[in-house]
Design a protein around this ligand. Structure first.
Ligand code: NIG
Ligand code: FE
Length: 408
C-alpha cells in the first residue's frame, strides 16, 4: 500500500493523549489532534477544541498515546549480504579492527553490495525499512558507503531514494564515500579522497542523490586531514556534513566536525571535553548509537555527563548496518540508551524525535507535532510514554500516520 491508497487521517483524533515534542511536562492528557488536508490544523485538550472543527469526522483513538513519528537519524540500511560469519569470528576472539585490517569488515560488505543489482538491494532493504516503520518511524537517514566507486555509491543512493518514494517514510540520503578504503586504492588513501571529492560527490550531488555528507574519521577509516577535505568539498556543493567520530579512538573528529558546522557527530564513545565544548559551541548534535556499543561489546562509555553539562543535544539511532549494529529496532535502542548509557526517559524520547530531527537538519519538518506540519505521527498502546523505553523486544506501536494517511 502506498500512502496514496491508504485511508485519510483527516478529521479529529480524540480519546487520546498527546506528547507533542518529547517533553513529558508538555504532554496533553485527554487531547485532540485535528488533521485537515493531511496537515495538523490544531492540537490541545479536547475540552478546548474550537467550534469551527466540530463538524469534522472523528477518529476514536481508543485511549492511545500519540507521539510525533519517530526519526532514525543514522542508518546504513542499503547493502548486500550480511556478516554473521564475522560475528562468529569476533565471538572467537578477533576484534572488529583486526577483521577490518585483514580485508573483512566494511570491505566485505562492499564486495556484496557491488555484486548486487538495484532490484536486489531494494528487495533486501525494504523489509528492514518496514520493520522500522512498524515501530512508528516516519523519517530516516540512509547512508551510502558500501559502494566506494561512483557507480556503486550511486546505486545505493538511488535505492535509498526509491525507498523514500515507495515505502512511506521520509528518507534523507547521506553520501559516505569516505567510509573505508576500497581494495583497488590500497596504500593510496589520498588518491581515493581525490576521487571522493573531485568525481563522486560532484556527480552524485548534481544528480540530486545527496542530502548530506559523512565520513569515517578513525585509524581504520580516514585521517582528520582527509576528513577535512571531504567537508570542504561538501561545502562547495552547499551540503551539510556529519561525521563518524571518536568511535574506537580519539582523533579529534568531533571538534573538526563542529568547526565545519556539522549537523551531528556520531558514535562518540571516545569523545573528550574539548570535543564536547566544540560541539556545544557549534550546535552540533551528538548521535549516540547503543546498538554498535552493545554489538562490539564496547566498554568505553560516551561522556554523557559532559554532554549534559555543556547542553549538547543528544540523539539516539539504530546505526543499522551489517557489521556493528544489525538491528531494526529503534525502541530497543531507546531501552539500551537508558540501561547502557544511563540516559533518562525524557532524554531518549527527545533522542528519537526533536534531537534526531535536528541531526537531519529537518527540525522544522520532523520530530514534533505542531500546527501546519504534515501529519506524521505514531499511536501507542501504552499508559505513559515512558513505556516506549521500558519494554524491550516488545512493540507497543498501534498505528502510524504519514503525511495525513493511516499507513499502519
Ligand atoms: O557506524 N563505523 C563505521 N561504520 C559503521 C560500521 C560499518 C560496518 O562495519 O559495516 C558504523 O558502526
Ligand atoms: Fe554508522
Amino acid at each position: 500500500m502506498t500512502p496514496h491508497d491508504a485511508p485519510s487521517a483527516d478529521g479529529i483524533w480524540h480519546h487520546c493523549h498527546l506528547l507533542p515534542d518529547a517533553d513529558p511536562e508538555r504532554a496533553i492528557r485527554d487531547g485532540a489532534l485535528v488533521v485537515v488536508d493531511g496537515r495538523i490544523a490544531w492540537l490541545g485538550p479536547l475540552a478546548s477544541l474550537p467550534e469551527s472543527f466540530a463538524t469534522l469526522p472523528r477518529h476514536d483513538a481508543g485511549g492511545l498515546w500519540i507521539t510525533p513519528g519517530l526519526v532514525d537519524c543514522h542508518t546504513h540500511l542499503v547493502y548486500g549480504g550480511q556478516r554473521a560469519d564475522e560475528f562468529a569470528m569476533r565471538l572467537a576472539g578477533a576484534s572488529y579492527e583486526e577483521i577490518a585490517r585483514a580485508g573483512g569488515g566494511i570491505v566485505s560488505t562492499v564486495r556484496a553490495t557491488r555484486e548486487a543489482d538495484e532490484a536486489t538491494l531494494f528487495a533486501q532493504a525494504a523489509p528492514r525499512l518496514e520493520a522500522l516503520l512498524a515501530e512508528g518511524v516516519t523519517a530516516i537517514e540512509i547512508k551510502s558507503g558500501y559502494g566506494l566507486s561512483l557507480d556503486a555509491e550511486r546505486k545505493q543512493l538511488r535505492v535509498a531514494r526509491r525507498l523514500g518514494e515507495t515505502c512511506r517514510v521520509a528518507v534523507h540520503t547521506t553520501f559516505l564515500g569516505a567510509h573505508a578504503l576500497p581494495p583497488e586504492y590500497a596504500g593510496r588513501a589520498d588518491d581515493y579522497i581525490d576521487l571522493v571529492c573531485g568525481t563522486m560527490l560532484p556527480a552524485l550531488a548534481e544528480e540530486k542523490l545527496v542530502d548530506a555528507v559523512d565520513a569515517f574519521c578513525e585509524g581504520i577509516g580516514f585521517s582528520p586531514e582527509q576528513t577535512a577535505r571531504v567537508f570542504d568539498a561538501a561545502a562547495r556543493h552547499g551540503l551539510p556534513v556529519k561525521l563518524h567520530a571518536e568511535q574506537l579512538s580519539n582523533l579529534g573528529g568531533a571538534a573538526l566536525a563542529a568547526r565545519h558546522g556539522a549537523l551531528s557527530a556520531d558514535h562518540l564513545e571516545h569523545l573528550d571535553e574539548a570535543g564536547v565544548a566544540a560541539m556545544a559551541e557549534a550546535g552540533t548534535v551528538a548521535v549516540l548509537l547503543p546498538g554498535a556499543y552493545y554489538f562490539l561489546r564496547d566498554t568505553h562509555l560516551p561522556p554523557l555527563a559532559l554532554l549534559r553539562q555543556y547542553g549538547v543535544p543528544v540523539a539516539i539511532s539504530t546505526d543499522h548496518n551489517p557489521g556493528t549494529s544489525p538491528t531494526t529496532s529503534l525502541l530497543l535502542m531507546m531501552n539500551m540508551a537508558c540501561t547502557l548509557f544511563r540516559m533518562t526517559v525524557p532524554e531518549v524520547l527527545a533522542g528519537v524525535t526533536t534531537h534526531a530531527a535536528r541531526a537531519l537538519g529537518a527540525a522544522q519538518r520532523h520530530g514534533t507535532l505542531a500546527v501546519g506540519r504534515a501529519a506524521d505521527f505514531a499511536l501507542w498502546r501504552v499508559q505513559s510514554p515512558a513505556e516506549l523505553a521500558y519494554w524491550f523486544g516488545r512493540n507497543p506501536c498501534a498505528g502510524v500516520v504519514r503525511q495525513g494517511r493511516v499507513i499502519r
